[in-house]
Each structure stands twice: as C-alpha cells, then as structure tokens.
Design a protein around this ligand. Structure first.
Ligand code: B3K
Ligand code: ZN
Length: 895
C-alpha cells in the first residue's frame, strides 16, 4: 500500500552540495536545467546506483561529469542511474521539462492568474526536476529565471538577487543566490506581473534589510497590515528569542490559488491571498488577526524550520509544533495586555478542542510524531501543528520562561544548519535545565510525541476542615487509539490555584513545605495516580477550598474536575485565571445540553443563578469585551457531540438552538445594553480592544435578532439589514448578515443579495458570501433546505472547484461547521460530499483528501446517519481511480 515507516529511516547514500538551476518559463512547457554537485557518503560503496526523485517530468538529457549516463525510470517517475561516476564528488547535469499550466494539483511549479508560482513542501520539488527530494539533503541554490518580460516583469527566487537584465525576443532574466544550504522543500520561484510594497528596516544588530510584499496590481492598498505584521515579527523574534533576520531581503508573495495558508520558503514566502490582503472594508477582525499570526508563523520558520530543519517528515512537528507555539506567543504578546493575551489563549484552546480533539479520537488519530503514513500531505494535521505546540508549551511550563529561552539557545547552538529530530529538540530544552522536572522525566515526557489520543485527567479532593488540609488526588488514563492499545502514563503539568468560598485566592503550601509558595503553582503528575496534600488552609471555611485546575490549559487533556455547579459558579465569578473563568461558563452551558440530550424533551429553563452569573459577566466593568463574547457563546455542536456515544446531530442542534433562544430571551435587556455600549466611534483599528467590542456587539445583535424573529418584532432585523448595507467595516457588515441568516430572518435573502452585489468580484469577500450560506441554520419550517442550496451554489458562476479557497469556504464550512444541515436522514449532505470528493480527486488530491476527512468519524453517529454516512464513504472508497491521498483517508475511515 506504499506505507512509509519512521523506523525505516536511513541516512542518504548521496548528498547534494550545490545546485545551479535555470528555468525557461513557459506555461505549456517549461525547460529546467539542473547542475548538481553530488557527493557520495563515506559509507556508500563507489558505483552504488543513484536514485533521484521525479514525478510527471520528461527527461531530455543526463550527463555525469560531462559524459552521458544511462538511466532508467521507476514506476511513478523516479530516475535510477545504475552507474554514476565513481568519484566521491561529481557533477550531474540534467535537462527536463514540466507543464505548469496543466498542474492543477498546485504542487510543484504551477500557474495562477497568469503567473508562475511554486509549492514544494512536502514533495513538490520532484515535480519540477529530478532531485534527492528529502529534507535531510541540504544544498546551496543558484537560480536563473528567464521569461517574457511583458507578461512576467517580476522574477523572484530564494536569497539575494545577483543579476538581472534583458534578453532577445522580449525576454528577460534574473539570477538569485541563496547562501544558506536548504532542503528542496524550501525552494521557491515566482514569475508574474506583480507590484510590491516595500520597507527598509534596521535590525537591533544594526543591519539593514529590505522587506517586500508582492501582490497583483490593484491590491497594493491591502498590504499595509501584512507589512506591519512582518515588521513586528522581525522585532519580536529578536527581542524574545534573540533571533535576527539572516538575509538582506525578505519577500512575501500573495497568490489566489493555494492549497494551504502560506509557505515559509527561504527568503521568499508564498502566501494564500487570504493571509496577506486586508482592508477594513473587505476583511474581518479575525482576518486581520489571521494575517498577523500567519505572517509571524512563516517568518518564525526562518529559524525553526529553515535554519534547523527536519531530518525526515515524521519529525514535521519539530518545526510545526514549535513554530505554532512561537506564533501563539507572538499573538499573545501583540495583544498588548495580560487580559487580551488570555483571550488569545482561550481562542487557541478552543481551536484545539474543536479540531484536534476529534482528530485524536477518530480513525486518523496519530502521535505528534507519527509512526507511518501513506501520503505525507495527509499529516499536516492539527495534531502535528496544534497539539505539537501544546507539547512545546508544556516543556516551557516545566522549565519556566527563562529556562525555555536557555533551551532554545542551546538548540540553535547545537543544531544550526542541521536536519534533526523531535528528540534533539526536547533534549536541548532538558539539557539547558538539568534541575527541572522536564530533565528529571524526559524519557517519560516524550510519550507526548509517541502516543496518540487525548489523555483523561480526573481530580478529586478530600477536605479536612479541622486540620485545614486538602488532599487533591489526580488520576490519568488514556483510551486506545489505532495501533496503540495500551498507553503509558504521561507527564502532565497541572497549573492550579485554590479559592475560598468567598472567592479569595488561598496560599498554596504542600505538606512538608516550610511556607506557602504563592497562590498559583504547577504540580507535575507523572504516575497514574498521585495525591497532593495542601496544608495551612484553616481559614478556608467549613465547605473547604474550590480547586481551579489546569489553569491556562496547562496540558492538552480532558479534565474531569468533579466540581458541582455551585463551585463552577464560584469560579466563573472569582477565578483569578481568565481561562478558567471562561472554562467554568462553558462547562455550565455544556452540562445543561448534555443533561437534556437523552430523550426528546425541550431544554429545561435556565436556573436563575446561572442567568444571573452570565449577566454579571456581561455587565462586569473592566472585563474585556472579547472575553465576554467567548464566555457567553455556548460550545459549538461538534464539541457537544464529542462528549456522547451515539451522536444525533439534529437533537444537539435543536437543544443548542433552544439554549441560544433562552439566552436571547432571559438576557434581552442586557444584550440591548451590550449592543449600545460597544459601538465604536473612533476610526477602525484591528486591535484587541476594538475587535473585542465588535465581537460582543455582533453577538448581542445575533441575540437581539433571534429574539425579534421569535416575537415577530421587526426593529432589530431592520437595524441589522441596515448595517449589512452601511456598516463601517467588514466585521460589522458580516456580523449583521450572520445575525439575519442565523436568526432565520425574512430579510436574510435580500441581505445576502446585497452583500454579493457589494462584493464587486472581490474574491475574498465572495468567499465569505459562500461560507455564510454554507453555515446557514436550517430554517425550522423547512429543514433540509441547506444541502440543496449548497448543490445549487456549486453551479454558481462565481464558484470553481479549482480554487481551494472557494472549496474550503463552501464545502468545508458546510460539512464541518453546519452539522445539522450536513447530517440529514435523506443523506443529501453525504451524497454531495462524495460527489465533491471524487470530482476534486481527479485533479487536486490534497484538497480532495481534506474534504474527505469531514466524514471520517461516521462511526460516532447514531442511526440512521451512521449507515447513510458509511455508504457514502464506501462509495468513495470503491471508486476505481483514487489518489493515494484520498485512499488513505477513506481506507482508515472504513478500517
Ligand atoms: N509548512 C507549510 C505547510 C506545507 C503543507 C504541505 N502540504 C506551511 C506552514 O506550516 O507554515
Ligand atoms: Zn508552519
């Protein structure tokens, strides 16, 4: 089945020291010349056949040290040279062609909007020319680009521009040189008609750098935020980690057709337009935040990924987990205050729970460092990225911030310029902190890299009022996951505090300690069960302290804290940790839904105490509006679904809608207040304060429209409609549109039309128009109407399966974010899913496989959805011509 295993790794027999590439760019047939300096490893006998990766190429010529060589091709396209030159170091000259305009996989060299772009990670370079396309082969690149000057005035590649000039026949050329050895996956070229915003900056070290952001003509006005984010990223990495930009020039190029968010090619990052272009009129606050985070992420890769890269693709989290951790820290620091940073953290944890937890309990569950794969592109997952970041964060927690910086310094000191493993990283962090609990438990800590699945952590207390003593017992367990039946105990850092019943933070002193150590600390659970005795709690009151556990989400586990609602209400009111305040609200709301799920009754009326507590949060002075919005939004349907055995998506949807309706009703006056109190009068800024106000105002508007529709009142829908027309920025207009569409207002249709007309062909705005319809709540009067609508939208003149952003906005939004519309008894959603997966798989397997994943967890569904979903998956699996990408996903789903 083409399964690649981590344990089969062997060092390369040959390495490439340098490569000289020339491109004669032509959309139909591009000519590639490649001159490789190759060296044979000391352990490799002379005459050992040389195998170069290649895929879909036509070979024209192959010379070894100037002599022609005989060669053959493997099935799949690799090139085998049975008798390479015997010299230890020799030159291989290759000429081949590829066909960029036929490349709809968007991997390798392809065309988009009339220009040439590349995407080489993970294995795209082999679709450009024959090469040792593996990350532990690092070469120095010189690149010459030749192309028509009028059509492709801008010619870019990695590193520094060495030379450029004109050629005959209206063509021109540019030569680039990248002094840093790099794996092929970091190669990039761009040839297109672009304009750029540029800015010179001086680093802390006093060096000058040129920063450039390239976009299509007409988009220049939307590049300010990307440039500001890049400048901030450079400054942050210098200040926080002492890492400076190592090139004279750093470029970002935006392209509309792109399989993922962005790519960290050395000195020449290529970005999905979604993560570059923004103006207040076209982008939401979330888009602005996404740009800051992704620009940071790709820039930070320059050190964590490029200077130190991965030995093999099983180590992907070495660069991705670490770089996500770094971009999360960057965004937290950019948020500007501790409370805004906490909001950022809540958002990151929310994402982890919404996407990674389900992955970790489904058929694609895999360790942060996987053991095998069929198609590496299927392993750019939220486990490798986001859980990987949590694993790095736990190391930070276990050694402390200063210790983590020491560890990073040691990591660069040891491994700069190398291709290494996750073990090397953890070893460096531990070695720099020999007295830390990480160093003491390193081998055990590394189970986080090796074992899949989300561990369960349960906490129970025993209170001795007379002695003023609290025993906290922590127990961990882990469910089996594919290929891993039994699991070993993890090292789990548990950040905690104790609260008295009046909300006071209590001093934390463990039995045997001379004095309390503050009101917050980190316990390290390494056994299956461990008890911790807190003493000196004499003034905690008769009922004893309430533990606030796993503050800031100090470990990626599912916590059973054993608390009752009264204790949660106390945490919601008084916890000093914002994350746990939010958590308390979420658990209170979630438990209502879970309690009501069995049977088919309505959601009982909310307790006055809960309503009062939520009202208090909403009205609390000095609390961030962004926090309020997060706390008062109930967990999404898929998070509720995660908690139950046989999922009835319709029932979950119905109950959550009833919960929203009750919140709208019971807090009606408060929502009206919130709306008024959070209107901004100053000019647009995408900062934490303004975004928070807009988020809360939008939630308030949703609640007010929902309430109005239920009561036949037309004032709030009218206001929302007005705002769709003349809102001051995209966040306000989109928020109002959402309120109408999700509130089931009669004005929703007209508002959607208006929004489409106002988009005036702007691709990123049209994406939102598709997404909002894909997420539309099923009208209660006419359930089952969303799926047919999505099918109709597939035929809309603005829709194209060829554009990954369109596919994600319409199809992923529908399948992932709208469970009640997707999971219908008539299987309409499933049939649509299968049709789209198969249609996409014919030309873009990577995107097809992403869509395929939306139904991998069909087993958790109750009947009749379960059988219907299984049938759809089986239909895809039974298709005669399936890519390895999709085959791996549906195969695992059916296993
Ligand atoms: N490293 C790229 C992802 C490449 C995905 C290849 N299928 C973007 C990033 O994580 O920064
Ligand atoms: Zn990355």
């Amino acid at each position: 089945t083409g399964l690649i295993r981590r344990e089969d790794y062997s060092a390369p027999a040959y390495r490439i020291l340098s490569v000289d590439l020339t491109f004669d760019l032509d959309p139909a047939k591009t000519l590639v010349g490649s001159k490789l300096r190759i060296t044979r490893d000391a352990a490799t006998p002379a005459g050992t056949p040389l195998r170069l990766d290649g895929e879909g190429l036509s070979l024209l010529r192959c010379l070894g040290d100037g002599e022609s060589l005989s060669f053959r091709h493997e099935e799949g396209g690799a090139l085998i040279i049975d008798n390479p030159p015997a010299a230890e170091t020799f030159t291989l000259e290759i000429r081949n062609t590829c066909a960029p305009e036929k490349n709809l996989e968007l991997s390798g060299l392809y065309t988009s909007g009339g220009g040439f772009f590349t995407q080489c990670e993970a294995e795209g370079f082999r679709r450009i020319t024959y090469f040792l396309d593996r990350p532990d082969v690092m070469a120095v690149y010189s690149v010459t680009l030749r192309a028509d000057k009028a059509k492709y005035p801008v010619l870019l590649s990695n590193g520094n521009l060495v030379e450029q000039g004109s050629l005959d026949n209206g063509r021109h050329y540019a030569k680039w040189h990248d002094p840093f050895p790099k794996p092929a996956y970091l190669f990039a070229l761009v040839a297109a008609d672009l304009v750029c915003r540029e800015q010179k900056i001086t680093s802390r070290a006093g060096k000058e750098h040129l920063l450039q952001v390239y976009v299509r003509r007409g988009d220049l006005g939307k590049t300010e935020h990307a440039m500001a984010s890049l400048i901030a990223s450079v400054a942050w990495d210098e200040a926080r980690f002492g890492l400076s930009l190592d090139l004279e020039r750093f470029m970002i190029v935006a392209v509309s057709d792109f399989n993922m968010g962005a790519m960290e090619n050395k000195g020449l990052n290529i970005f999905n337009t979604k993560y570059v272009l923004a103006s207040p009129a076209t982008a939401t606050d979330a888009d602005f935040a996404g740009i800051e985070s992704v620009v940071g992420h790709e820039y930070f890769h320059n050190w964590t990924g490029n200077r130190i890269t991965c030995r093999d693709w099983f180590q992907l989290s070495l660069k991705e987990g670490l770089t996500v951790y770094r971009d999360q820290e960057f965004s937290m620091d950019m948020a500007g205050s501790a409370s805004a940073a906490a909001v950022q953290r809540i958002g990151d944890v929310k994402r982890l729970r919404e996407f990674q937890f389900p992955e970790d309990s489904g058929p694609m569950a895999h360790p942060v460092r996987p053991d095998s794969y069929v198609e590496i592109n299927n392993f750019y997952t939220t486990t490798v990225y986001e859980k990987g970041a949590e694993v790095v964060r736990m190391q930070d927690t276990l050694v402390g911030r200063a210790g983590f910086r020491r560890g990073m310094d040691l990591y660069f000191q040891r491994h700069d310029g190398q291709a290494v493993t996750c073990d090397d990283f953890a070893q460096a962090i531990a070695d720099a902190n020999p007295d830390s609990p990480l160093a003491a438990n390193l081998a055990q800590f590394k189970h986080w890299y090796a074992q899949a699945g989300t561990p369960r952590l349960s906490a129970r207390t025993r209170w001795d009022a007379t002695a003023g003593r609290l025993r906290l017992t922590l127990t961990q367990s882990a469910l089996p996951s594919p290929g891993q039946a039994d699991k070993q105990a993890f090292v789990i850092p548990v950040r905690l505090g104790l609260l008295a019943r009046d909300g006071r933070a209590l001093p934390l002193q463990l039995d045997g300690e001379a004095a309390p150590a503050g009101t917050e600390r980190v316990l390290v659970l390494s056994a299956t069960e461990q008890s911790f005795d807190f003493v000196g709690l004499g003034d905690a009151g008769e009922a004893g302290p309430v533990p606030s556990l796993l503050r800031g989400f100090s470990a990626p586990v599912v916590l059973d804290d054993g608390l009752d609602s009264a204790e949660r209400l106390l945490l919601l009111r008084h916890d000093a940790d914002a994350f746990n305040r939010w958590e308390a609200a979420q658990r209170l709301l979630q438990e209502l839904l879970l309690a009501a799920l069995p049977g088919d009754g309505d959601l009982p009326a909310l307790d006055e105490a809960l309503v009062e507590a939520l009202r208090a949060v909403l009205r609390e002075d000095g609390l961030d509006a962004a926090f309020k919005e997060l706390a008062l939004t109930p967990p999404i349907e898929s998070v509720i679904a995660e908690q139950v055995e046989a999922v009835d998506p319709q029932r979950i949807h119905r109950l959550r809608e009833q919960l929203r309706a009750q919140l709208a009703e019971r807090l009606h006056a408060d929502w009206a207040w919130a709306w008024d109190a959070h209107q901004l009068r100053e000019g647009y800024r995408p900062d934490a304060h303004q975004s928070g106000c807009r988020a809360l105002a939008n939630l308030a508007l949703q609640m007010l429209v929902l309430h109005a529709v239920a009561h036949g009142d037309e004032v709030w829908p009218g206001r929302a409609y007005q705002r769709v027309k003349d809102g001051g920025c995209m966040t306000e207009r989109l928020g109002a549109l959402l309120a109408l569409v999700h509130g089931g207002s009669a004005l929703a249709g007209a508002a959607l039309e208006r929004f489409h007309a106002d988009a005036r062909g702007d691709d990123l705005v049209l994406d939102k128009w598709f997404a909002i319809q894909a997420a539309a709540t099923e009208p209660l009067g006419a359930p089952g109407s969303v799926a047919p609508r999505i099918r109709a939208l597939l035929q809309h003149p603005d829709f194209s399966l060829k554009n990954p952003n369109r596919v994600r906005n319409l199809i992923s939004t529908f399948c992932r974010d709208n469970p009640a519309a997707f999971h219908r008894a008539d299987a309409g959603g499933y049939v649509l899913w299968a049709d789209v997966v198969l249609a996409l798989d014919a030309f873009n397997p990577q995107i097809a496989a992403r869509i395929a994943r939306h139904l991998e967890r069909w087993r958790v569904l109750a009947e009749p959805w379960r059988s219907a979903a299984r049938e759809a998956v089986a239909r895809v699996a039974g298709h005669p011509r399936l890519s390895a990408d999709v085959r791996e996903i549906v195969g695992k789903a059916l296993d």
